[in-house]
Design a protein. Structure first.
Length: 248
């Protein structure tokens, strides 16, 4: 099929697999369709830089999904190292606070200047998609609506100078209204209508997420565990291609 570059830019494929050879096979077959490959803790803690170097070797972007959360000085230095490693995207937890997020931005800026390259997309994680309202109320004892809390964290992230946030598509529209259209929203928990929910509670279809304002869609098991990943990805392209703003 002909690749729509507008759709490709939005696709972030989660390489949440156990074996690096499986990851390499997915990269080999899907890099023409994928804007960015997401390498999370599961794969990175087992294989380290071998996997991100392989992605870079395909001239593809990679998102180092390590969700930094520490004191500001540590996060600043870690952010600098992440960018020096070549990451095009990385993230931190918004609950680390304003100063920590500002430190991440500063560390990334230093590394980008050293490399003489464009700064990466730095995203703040608002609420994990596995966090339901019941978890907020019963486990955290925070009597605030989970969506309202995510919006509050998004506003803090913008103040800190972050590129955008990782947030549920259920909050994407409100985040855009609150933080501006240029403030990026990456939405995990994306499931095509024909796939299963797995362990994530707050999910959406690709079409719904984009209509709500999502800039990037994290798609994982619907493609990576499909009998034919290329066929699954092409079905997703077809679904997204129905959106009028991406047809040209």
């Amino acid at each position: 099929m002909e690749i729509n570059e507008k759709i490709k830019e939005k696709i972030v494929l989660a390489l949440d697999v156990e074996d690096i050879e499986d990851a390499k096979k997915l990269v080999d077959s899907l890099y023409p369709y994928v804007g960015t490959f997401k390498v999370g803790l599961q794969l990175y803690t087992k294989y380290g830089n071998e996997v991100v170097d392989y992605i870079s070797g395909k001239n593809s972007n990679f998102f180092l999904d390590v969700k930094l959360h520490d004191i500001p000085n540590t996060v600043e230095k870690a952010s600098e190292n992440v960018v020096l490693r070549g990451a095009n995207f990385f993230n931190v937890h918004a609950t680390g606070g304003l100063k920590m997020m500002q430190a991440a931005v500063q560390g990334a800026k230093k590394a980008s200047e050293k490399l003489n390259k464009k700064p990466p997309v730095i995203l703040a994680v608002t609420m994990l998609t596995s966090i339901s309202q019941d978890v907020m109320n019963d486990e955290f004892e925070i009597n605030t609506d989970v969506s309202d809390f995510a919006i509050r964290l998004a506003k803090l992230a913008k103040k800190a100078g972050m590129t955008g946030v990782v947030a549920s598509s259920l909050e994407a529209k409100k985040i855009k209204e609150t933080c501006g259209v240029d403030f990026k929203v990456l939405c995990p928990g994306i499931r095509p209508a024909w796939s299963t929910k797995d362990d994530q509670k707050r999910i959406a279809t690709p079409k719904f997420a984009i209509e709500q304002g999502a800039d990037y869609l994290v798609i994982g098991r619907a493609v990576t565990q499909a009998p034919n990943p290329i066929e699954a990805m092409e079905k997703i392209y077809e679904e997204i291609g129905e959106i009028k703003c991406l047809q040209h």
